[in-house]
Design a protein around this ligand. Sequence first.
Ligand code: ADP
Length: 660
Amino acid sequence: SDITDKYIAQKKIEESEERYLSMISNLPGFVYRCMNDKDWTMSFISDGCKGITGYAPEDFLNNTKLSYNDIIHPDFQQMCWDHIQECTAKREPFQHEFRIILPNGQSDHWVWEQGRGIFSESGQLLYLEGFTTDITQRKKAEEEIREKEVQYRNLANSGLALIWTSNTEKLCTFFNEPWLKYTGRTMEEEYGNGWTEGVHPDDYDHCLNTYVTAFDKREPFVMEYRMKHHSGEYRWILDMGTPNFNSNGEFVGFIGHCFDISERKHMEDDLIIAKERAEESDRLKSAFLANMSHEIRTPMNGILGFAEILKEPDLTGEEQQDYIEIIQNSGKRMLNIINDIIDISKIEAGLMKTEIMETNINEQINYMYTFFKPEVEAKGMKISFHTSLPSSEAIIKTDKEKLYAILTNLLKNAIKYSDEGSIDFGYILKSDNKRGELEFYVKDTGIGIPKERQEAIFERFIQADIEDKKARQGAGLGLTISKSYVEMLGGRIWVESEHSIGSTFYFTLPYNRILENVTELSAEQTLDKINRQEPAIKILIAEDDEVSGLLLKKALKMFGQSILNAQNGLEAVEICRSNPDIDLILMDIKMPIMNGYEATRVIRQFNKKVKIIAQTAYGLAGDQEIALAAGCNDYIAKPISKTDLLSIIHKYFKKNEVQR
Ligand code: ADP
């Protein structure tokens, strides 16, 4: 029979099968079919399996060598079969990715599989058919991308920079961990516009404007603003943003990073303050110099000018007295300034010490009253004082000289800065706190001090109104010195004042009471008492300057039984040797041939008894210590006033102590 047709049809089928097989084997993967039996026996698998799994199709066919399940990495087997069962139950195709194990044991190859169940008409699962392809390269690329992302994330989180990104809608889409840690808020809270809640209200507009403007122009920006830190305080941050583009060059928003610059800001602020202070100090120094030069020149002018006039031959006795008084006053004024400058230098150098002794404050107040009364009355004003403790309770332990200086400064100012009215001063005991405190006050009805200057006047060189210093002399040091003294003695000083009404200066001292029975003496009585008590003593004045020597001689006349003079140290030693009965030597330090220290040392070798008082230049650091070390009993600051002499003689020569 003619089988040509059949043959041709057969041939066509074969050819078609061959074509499909060839197509299948050229696929980048393999197709398979396995039967739904106990072992999922492989009934077909295409050649491609060799390239992907390393096994030949024959190895799988009929599960000759291994089953399909055997090449699935154990970590994925359960997942794969669960998934297949789930999908086939729903009659849906399945697809998944898993790792396979190659014949050499290598297990880092990934495959992607898609398949479905083939069912009989009665709905029974007959086969699984699927297509599997190698995705190792894609997986590696994905892994690399993931790894890179982790690295970038770590990088973004590792530093101190606070990093953010925003999208094309200007809304923030990412904040790194340091940012979230810094603000103490969550990503959700900061997301979009949430972060702006942390911006300081005063910086809000500036911050938003800068951001929006830069965004619209697609330009980088740098700005500083305050941001709420998780501690609750606002801290300064520096925010730098730049437009962000994707790999296609499309604008995708902004990316920015910020740093906390609070420290820098504080340093800047401190620098600005320091600069202002330096400028202020410079201004003050210039004002001070101008003031000083005025303050020193004016009395010098008086001294030199009137000394010149005194030379004129036909002056009346009265005129001479007037001029001498002017010279004296100018001299005192100048000395005050010099003393103030030296005091302030000593205070600033930390060399000012206190000498605590028993002090009757009532006596001091009394003395001050007597002392200043004539001056106040000469201005047509009144002065009064109040002491709130009886004398027996008014003896305290303090530095008498410093208390004297403080009261003098305040009273002098009260007189200086008042043109009419009255001055009242004194103290009250404030015992409401445990220790008890004496509150001193000096009240005047003078020009007053504007509120804004009331603190500054206690600073050195500062006057309430520097411009208007003409009328009233002063270097602006008195209150600074007073303040330092008050503080050294454990107290405080302050002022209450009203412009054009008057001022009250207050200061406190601890009430360190000494119990003693005393009868109160006035200043005059005290002086009188000293004068009466002083015995006649034999004095040697060692002084090379004729004028100073003469001055001392005149001042000491009232005590000196006899007064001897030496022009230099050597002479002083000689005179002392030949007059062993000398009671007191006033030893100048700077003398020719042999200086005062040297002379004292030599005298001490043969006379330990004589009292030697060094005449030191006022307050020069070190002089006094050297004098005492050389063997002097005491020192007295030049220029020497009568009161100083009185107190030193009183100290060493009370009647019963003179042994001759
Ligand atoms: P000064 O030598 O200028 O008086 P002070 O340190 O004693 O220096 O005082 C500083 C400034 O305080 C004064 O220049 C003055 O402007 C102001 N002042 C001090 N005491 C008084 C006062 N009792 N009444 C008004 N102003 C005062």
